[in-house]
Design a protein around this ligand. Sequence first.
Ligand SMILES: Cc1cc2nc3c(=O)[nH]c(=O)nc-3n(C[C@H](O)[C@H](O)[C@H](O)COP(=O)(O)OP(=O)(O)OC[C@H]3O[C@@H](n4cnc5c(N)ncnc54)[C@H](O)[C@@H]3O)c2cc1C
Length: 362
Amino acid sequence: MSREVDVIVIGGGIIGCSIAYYTAKAGLSVHLLEQGSIAQGTTQAAAGMLGAHSEYLNETFYSFAQESQALYREFRNHSGIDFGYTTGGILQLAWTEEERLALSRWHEATHLSPEQVCKRMPDIVPSPFGASIFEVDVHVHPEKTAFAFWAAAEKLGATLSEHVHVTKVETVDAGYRIADWNAKHVVIAGGAASAELLPGLQMTTVKGQCMQLDAMGIDLPYTLFHQGCYVVPRLDGTLVVGATMEPDETDLQTNVAGNLALNAIAERFVPGLSRFPVLKRWAGLRPKTVDELPYIGHIPEKENMYVAAGHFRNGILLAPATACMIRDLIVGNEVHKERIEAFDPKRGIFHGANYRTERQPV
Ligand SMILES: Cc1cc2nc3c(=O)[nH]c(=O)nc-3n(C[C@H](O)[C@H](O)[C@H](O)COP(=O)(O)OP(=O)(O)OC[C@H]3O[C@@H](n4cnc5c(N)ncnc54)[C@H](O)[C@@H]3O)c2cc1C
């Protein structure tokens, strides 16, 4: 016998779990379908930074990221769940005058001279052009955060089926049917694999390798960040060093080249850091769209079907804002026009292909 809900979400990563939470919070009945176990895709590979400033892409991205940070603060205060929310923020280092100038435009940052950096953080490699602290760019534990969103959604009545690989979304009178679930609304939040359900959706991946160090004795009050590389101090006293950017690799193996690159990153920030014991190494595949901004919105020609995927380096940062945008589209709340345009899935769908006749979408 089929069961009815308002919304089916496909994909139990940070994006799918947060969508389940915010739609359930809006009073909708929600079922989440995950082909494996929740929070085990790219989400568990992330460092967890909410780097609105370090990952700045454009003003639309920035205001969306700021809203997401605010939603995290609210979720932390109201959920009562520990998801590794760690204050302090990100210290962005300036190794050139050009980098110092670029950082100086942020009025909300605290700008430090090279001497002030040395005084505050004697353990790190002195940066010749100082550094800027972005306190608002806190970090979370990605896996725990996805679980926290799911736990909060479940409390509101959302349900979950794990180990269900969705291969087909059938159109039925009242909406859609997937396995034995019927819903008016379907959200595809399958991360890098979303294109499997949406043939023609342009999605590539960029592999990233990380390592976690037992660096007892090294006290970092901030995440250290420079040109896409970082050292993140987790609450348990360990440090996450990341990450490689490998566009042509699609496997999830860690390797010697990655190890060497991570050692070099570690030494770039803290002398001797690469000699600390490695607790864990891992790799993940960042889902990348045509322009590094996510696809969030209606799927063309499919009423009440949406995609929320392709968050590249920023899925943890953007998860709550993404979920609220999907919720607003579903319930008919107003959504900023510039966001609809900037994140429109159309820009990545079926370039040069005839959507209806050449491809067989879901
Ligand atoms: C090394 C590294 C470091 C990163 N650091 C950060 C960071 O510091 N901050 C940040 O914001 N972001 C970071 N990211 C990016 C972030 O991890 C991703 O953007 C985010 O996890 C994407 O989440 P997702 O839910 O879209 O995808 P996923 O976590 O991959 O989840 C998608 C889920 O959908 C399921 N699924 C797919 N297809 C189907 C199907 N057909 N049927 C059923 N289920 C399906 C999958 O099994 C999976 O569980 C990092 C990424 C990497 C690799």
